[in-house]
Design a protein around this ligand. Structure first.
Ligand code: PLP
Length: 393
C-alpha cells in the first residue's frame, strides 16, 4: 500500500516540449483512435488512452490520483456525487439475500438508502450504534457482508468504536466501508488502519468551494476496485470533466484549508462554550467531548472543521432569532465550504425524523452545526457572539 500524503502535487501534463501550469479541461465526450489496434490496446490496458468519457477522462483520472495519494490508495474511482460513491461501495460488497449494517447516525441520505433502497434490492439493512462495538456484534448475522460507518457522526460528532469494529469484522470477513467525508484524509486514512473501502463526498472539504459535486471510492483490494470501476461505467455513475477540474483545483489547497479551518473551529468552539446562551458545545478534540479519549486516539489533535452546539433556549423562536442575527453566515444544508456555513439539523438533514426521535439524538430546535471556514477568526467570533447576544434565554 502507498504511503498517504496530504499535499499531493498538481499532476504533470506534458504537451510536446511544454507543460501547462493550469490543468487543461477535457470536455470531449468521445475520443477517436488512430486505428482498430489502438482501440484494442486501450481496452486491453496495454496503452494509455480514452474512448468515451463515462468510461474515463483525463480530469477524472488526475483527480482520482490526487485523492489516492491522500488516502494511500491505488486505483480509486471518481463518481458523480458522494451518494453514488456510497451506493457503489455498498452494492459492490452486498447483493440480494445479504445483510448490511450501517451506523445509526450516518448522513441522512445514506440512512435513507439503508431504509428504503437496499430492501427493494433484496438486501436486508439495519442501523446500529457504532460507538459501541458490542452493539455492532449483537447486530451481526451470518449473511452480514458489510458495515457502512463514519468515524465522526453527523451532526452530533460522536466517535465510532473503530478499533473494536475492525477487529470484529476482520475475524468474520465482513467489509468495513468508511465514509471519510467529515474526517478527511488529513485526520484519518481508513485504508491504512483496517478499513476495506473508503468513500468521500468530494463535494465537501476536498473540493471545498460548493461548486462541484463528486464522489470517490477506493478499496484496498485492487480486484474490488476493478469491479467497482466497471460497475460505475455500466451504471453511469462517473463524474463530469468540469466538476473534476474544479475539484482538482480545490483539492490543491485542501491541506492549507484543513489546517486553517481546524484552528478556527477550535477557537470558535471555545468562544461558543464561553457564551451564556450556549448549553453545550461538541467538538472532537475538546476535553469535554463525551468521547474525548477515543477522539484523541483516532484523530490526535485534528478535531476537524465541524462544531455543533445547543442553545439553552431549545425552541424555534430563539433559534430563528439567532439564524436571522447571524446574517453573514449562510444557513445552508452543506459542509466543507471555504466559508463558514450554519445548518439546523431539525429542519434540514433530520427533518424526516419525529421530534421525539430527534430529541433522543439530542437534536432539538436549539441544536446547530457549524461548518467552519477560513475567515479571520476574530470576525467569526464577533459575528457569532453578536448573534447569540440577541437571544433572550
Ligand atoms: N456522506 C456524507 C458524510 C455527507 O455529508 C454527504 C453529503 O452531505 C454525502 C455522503 C453525500 O454526498 P453528495 O452530496 O456529494 O452526494
Amino acid at each position: 500500500m502507498k504511503r498517504p500524503s496530504n499535499a499531493p502535487l498538481r499532476p504533470v501534463i506534458n504537451l510536446g516540449q511544454s507543460r501547462p501550469v493550469a490543468t487543461p479541461i477535457h470536455p470531449s465526450v468521445v475520443y477517436a483512435s488512430e486505428d482498430l489496434n489502438a482501440l484494442d490496446e486501450i481496452y486491453f490496458g496495454q496503452a494509455e488512452g480514452y474512448t468515451y468519457s463515462r468510461e474515463g477522462h483525463p480530469n477524472a483520472q488526475q483527480l482520482a490520483q490526487m485523492i489516492d495519494e491522500m488516502e494511500g490508495a491505488e486505483g480509486g474511482i471518481i463518481t458523480g456525487s458522494g451518494m453514488s460513491a456510497v451506493l457503489l461501495a455498498v452494492l459492490s460488497c452486498a447483493a440480494s439475500g445479504d445483510h448490511v449494517l450501517g451506523g445509526d447516525q450516518l448522513y441522512g441520505r445514506s440512512l435513507r438508502m439503508m431504509s428504503d433502497e437496499l430492501p427493494r434490492l433484496g438486501i436486508a439493512a439495519e442501523v446500529v450504534d457504532t460507538t459501541d462495538s458490542a452493539q455492532v456484534e449483537a447486530a451481526l448475522k451470518p449473511n452480514t457482508k458489510a458495515i457502512l460507518l463514519e468515524v465522526v457522526s453527523n451532526p452530533t460528532l460522536r466517535i465510532a468504536d473503530m478499533e473494536g469494529i475492525y477487529a470484529l469484522e476482520k475475524a468474520r470477513g465482513i467489509k468495513v466501508i468508511v465514509d471519510n467525508t467529515f474526517t478527511t484524509p488529513a485526520a484519518y486514512q481508513p485504508l491504512q488502519v483496517g478499513a476495506d473501502l473508503v468513500v468521500h463526498s468530494v463535494t465537501k472539504l476536498l473540493a471545498g468551494h460548493s461548486d462541484a459535486m463528486l464522489g470517490y471510492v477506493a478499496a484496498g483490494d485492487p480486484a474490488l476496485n476493478d469491479e467497482m470501476r466497471v460497475r460505475a461505467i455500466t451504471w453511469g455513475l462517473t463524474g463530469s470533466p468540469f466538476d473534476c477540474w474544479l475539484a482538482e483545483r480545490g483539492a490543491l489547497s485542501f491541506g492549507l484549508r484543513y489546517a486553517a479551518t481546524t484552528q478556527n473551529a477550535q477557537r470558535l468552539a471555545t468562544a461558543l462554550s464561553d457564551h451564556p446562551s450556549v448549553a453545550q458545545v461538541l467538538y472532537p478534540s475538546r476535553q469535554d467531548h463525551p468521547q474525548a479519549d477515543r477522539a484523541r486516539r483516532l484523530l490526535g489533535d485534528k478535531g476537524g472543521n465541524m462544531v455543533s452546539f445547543r442553545l439553552n433556549a431549545d425552541a424555534r423562536d430563539p433559534a430563528n432569532t439567532f439564524v436571522r442575527a447571524l446574517d453573514a453566515v449562510p444557513c445552508a444544508p452543506t459542509l466543507g465550504d471555504i466559508g463558514t456555513t450554519l445548518s439546523h439539523p431539525a429542519t434540514s438533514s433530520h427533518r424526516a425524523l419525529t421530534s421525539e426521535a430527534r430529541a433522543a439524538l439530542g437534536m432539538g430546535e436549539g441544536f446547530f452545526r457549524v461548518s467552519v471556514g477560513i475567515e479571520p477568526i476574530e470576525s467569526l467570533v464577533d459575528v457569532f457572539t453578536n448573534a447569540l447576544d440577541q437571544i433572550q434565554d
